[in-house]
Design a protein around this ligand. Structure first.
Ligand code: FMN
Length: 196
């Protein structure tokens, strides 16, 4: 089978990672792949903030946990807040699955691209596929999309390098898989129509 198709078909979300950090050279290749995704109007108005540090991600996880636990909950402007608060109560839970690296994809809401979210999503898929081709596991982490407007989280994101006027559209946990790659869920029938 064509190598690219094989890479697409065998990529899976990985949620258990080895302690070992991924090499910076691989991270650079993955980030370059992200920047070669298509963008509306070729805007390229996105930003990729890579946290290549297990320690900084552990600190970030503790901050998320602390902020979620003190949030009063039941906030209609924050979908899933009660679910996230429940998850945060588990003392050893790590919102980034203890991955050694996280790439945050953000974009300007006033981008010349008509679709800043779609641009970031295309880039994230490039990240997942590039990582997989290098033997690196990945998983979409949606959490930051949901909580990035909480002031203390935004402050921390700005310190990390996320442009303050950007919205977060997704993030990718990266690391070497601890276990063999899981089997894909069966594909749902009836999702394709070909008209001739
Ligand atoms: C928009 C989006 C958000 C996702 N958010 C999360 C998430 O927050 N945590 C997680 O573990 N997986 C997340 N996933 C991964 C999906 O659960 C996963 O892709 C799906 O179960 C299919 O598995 P596969 O990636 O191994 O094919 C997300 C995927 C997408 C496309």
């Amino acid at each position: 089978m064509n190598e690219i198709i094989n890479n697409i078909l065998t990529r899976r979300s990985i949620r258990v990672f080895k302690e070992e950090q991924i090499p910076e050279s691989d991270l650079n290749v993955i980030l370059e792949a992200a920047t070669f995704a298509p963008t509306g109007m070729n805007a390229q108005s996105w930003h990729f903030t890579a946290i290549h540090s297990k320690e900084k991600l552990a600190q970030f996880n503790s901050l998320v946990q602390k902020i979620l636990l003190k949030h009063p909950g039941e906030d209609p402007s924050m979908p899933y807040i009660d679910f996230l608060k429940k998850v945060a109560e588990a003392p050893n839970f790590n919102f980034f699955y203890h991955a050694p690296t996280l790439v945050i994809a953000s974009n300007s809401i006033s981008s010349a691209s008509a679709a800043p979210q779609s641009d970031c999503t295309a880039a994230l898929q490039n990240i997942f596929l590039a990582a997989h081709s290098l033997g690196i596991g990945s998983c979409w982490i949606h959490l930051l999309v949901l909580i990035s407007d909480l002031p203390e989280i935004r402050e921390h994101l700005t310190e990390l390098g996320v442009p303050p006027e950007h919205r977060i559209y997704g993030s990718a946990a990266l690391g070497f898989p601890e276990r063999s790659t899981p089997k894909p869920a069966p594909r749902k029938a009836g999702t394709i129509t070909i008209v001739k």
